[in-house]
Design a protein around this ligand. Structure first.
Ligand code: G4P
Length: 285
């Protein structure tokens, strides 16, 4: 997290964003929340469901190109079971985005019928797009609305006016006013956000983070880990694992000591660049 982002994270800013959002919610028919498919729980903003009231919500599991497709399919099913529509997309390539408009229409079928009954069949549906920083909100809006001015200003003190984007004559998107933060206070959530790079590395201990990632990967994706780095002794603790990784990659300093910082940096980078494979860090319980 940069200093500017940290400042904006103060509760006063959060309250302001929340109030503004509550006001703007009256302008839309529904909300689309973009989440990271690899961490669909940790990458949600905890306040949104409380603010929504009865407004329908669509979950967009973005970055599904990096997630485990089986787990993503389980999440879609889970959200649908909670009566929340969900789609999996890759906003970088556009894969899955063709589901968006049909899903919105399905979600708002009552509203469409009502509009028709009132003689307002052509009235566009309006959706607010929300998401914590780095989840791909700007990429999504740019893809759907075909414009490049959707990048939000994540700096404190900068307030943006309403930003509306037209998908087609029947659908308009409202970019969220202000910045929504995830729930940093929870240790596990903070950790998962750091694994994916949503939280910047200068606020976390890289070696500790890599050790925790190794524990997670050993527990759920051992085969992928071994395929990338070779077999590792399952009896090792996480520090010893990091050392073993360093040795396998020739990361040793004078005297034969393993360079755990270099190994940690490499592991995190390779995880974030999807070099280890398609990995989801949260599963449906
Ligand atoms: P934000 O508005 O929510 O803060 O996020 P933004 O769209 O800026 O996206 C954050 C990063 O995530 C960007 O990468 C973007 O390219 C990437 N991204 C967005 N959607 C997807 C996706 O579906 N799959 C993958 N793999 N990446 C995605 P960046 O490295 O910060 O910038 P750049 O390399 O695109 O310049």
């Amino acid at each position: 997290m940069s200093e500017a982002q940290y400042i904006q994270w103060f509760p006063g800013h959060m309250t302001k964003t929340r109030r503004q959002m509550e006001k703007e919610l009256s302008l839309v028919d529904a909300v689309a929340e973009i989440v990271d498919a690899r961490i669909p729980v940790s990458s949600r903003n905890p306040d949104i469901p409380k603010m929504l009231g009865k407004k329908p919500m669509l979950i967009i599991l973005n970055k599904c190109d990096m997630a485990d497709s089986t787990v993503t399919a389980e999440w879609i099913k889970w959200f649908e079971e909670q009566n929340i529509k969900a789609i999996a997309v890759d906003c970088r390539t556009g894969k899955g985005l063709n589901q968006f408009v049909p899903k919105v229409k399905e979600m708002l079928s009552d509203k469409i019928r009502n509009n028709k009954d009132k003689g307002m069949a052509g009235k566009p549906l309006r959706l607010m797009v929300v998401g914590i920083p780095n989840v791909g909100k700007s990429t999504f809006i740019n893809r759907m609305a075909g414009v490049n001015k959707a990048k939000a200003e994540n700096r404190p003190g900068v307030t943006r006016g309403n930003q509306w984007f037209t998908v087609d004559k029947q659908l308009e998107l409202l970019d969220t006013p202000g910045v929504l933060w995830p729930k940093f206070e929870d240790k596990d959530i903070g950790e998962r956000l750091a694994f994916t790079g949503a939280v910047k590395d200068n606020v976390v201990d890289i070696e500790l983070l890599a050790m925790r990632l190794l524990e997670n990967l050993m527990a759920s994706y051992k085969d992928l880990l071994f395929a990338r780095y070779g077999e590792l002794d399952t009896q090792l603790d996480s520090y010893e694992l990091l050392c073993a990784l360093a040795k396998k990659r020739g990361m040793v300093v004078r005297g034969g000591e393993c360079d755990t910082l270099r190994a940690a940096t490499m592991l995190l980078e390779e995880f974030r660049n999807c070099k280890i494979g398609n990995i989801s860090l949260e599963r449906v319980k």
